[in-house]
Design a protein around this ligand. Structure first.
Ligand code: NAP
Length: 248
């Protein structure tokens, strides 16, 4: 189904990190990749170039996942240009860490709005298109901490736990239309998001990983590629941990 010729893939937050690796893992001559990012980031051009170097096509559009207006315009462009959406990967996310007692309301709101409401907005827009097609794959990027919790990340872990609830519910709603909805839950992955972690916190994280190393964006991208492949057509509503065994 999603391995079909001429598929359109939409990835949020594709300019850097895990999102870029997902763009590269799904790129190919018959795949139109559309990704967004926000705010303006020259890294987006690099993603487009890397995909083009592989013989694929990727179009980056600056737009905020938390803005219904921006995302409506983004999906309109995609439909105008390709007429379909076969895959949506809700990957865009931010952190604003701090202990709950000191957490500012804005830090709570920003994280919940981008990480969770952003996925709601994009899922709703993509679902309407996929329901007409009677096919589609949606992948949400949750996190191990959405399951385990993590001191200092009340806003982030709540947003990632919310994504798991969203995944399971939308999986049930869209299954009759031939659409599958799954989540990946990465552990500690090397990217800009984790680059500034103090040495002590980094070592504490590494100690929790049975496989003994941090993950790479490609580790997550490979699992996303599996979830959108024909091989995974009977899999829906699941959360796949990609964490080197951080949560077993
Ligand atoms: P990253 O390197 O910080 O990249 C974040 C991406 O999201 C960038 O492309 C950024 O665009 C985009 N973005 C941020 N806010 C946005 C918004 N409002 N609208 C549209 N795009 C926005 O992060 P990452 O490590 O690759 O993480 C990707 C996803 O994996 C996130 O959902 C994250 O929570 C999740 N995750 C990461 C880890 C980890 O260890 N790294 C672990 C578990 C889960 P710009 O380039 O324009 O800023």
């Amino acid at each position: 189904m999603t391995d079909q010729v001429g598929r359109t893939v939409v990835i949020t937050g594709g300019s850097r990190g895990i999102g870029r690796a997902i763009c590269l893992s799904l790129a190919g001559p018959d795949t139109d990749i559309y990704f967004n990012y926000y705010p303006e980031d020259p890294a987006a051009e690099e993603t487009e170039k890397l995909v083009a170097d592989m013989g694929g096509k990727a179009v980056g559009v600056c737009g905020n996942v938390a803005s219904e207006e921006d995302m409506t315009a983004f999906f309109k462009k995609i439909i105008d240009e390709t007429g379909r959406v076969d895959v949506l990967v809700n990957n865009a996310g931010i952190t604003r860490d701090g202990l709950l007692v000191r957490m500012k309301e804005k830090d709570w709101d920003d994280v919940l709005t981008i990480n969770l409401k952003g996925a709601f907005i994009c899922t709703k827009l993509a679902s309407k298109i996929m329901m007409k097609q009677r096919s589609g794959r949606i992948i949400n990027t949750s996190s191990v901490v959405g399951v385990t919790g993590n001191a200092g990340q009340a806003n982030y872990s709540a947003s990632k736990a919310g994504l798991i609830g969203l995944t399971k519910t939308v999986a049930k709603e869209l299954a009759p239309r031939g659409i599958t909805v799954n989540a990946v839950a990465p552990g500690f992955i090397e990217s800009d998001m984790t680059a500034d972690l103090p040495e002590k916190a980094r070592n504490a994280m590494l100690e929790q990983i049975p496989l003994g190393r941090a993950g790479q964006p490609e580790d997550v991208a490979g699992v996303v590629a599996f979830l959108v492949s024909d091989t995974a057509s009977y899999l829906t509503g699941q959360v796949i941990h990609v964490s080197g065994g951080m949560f077993i």
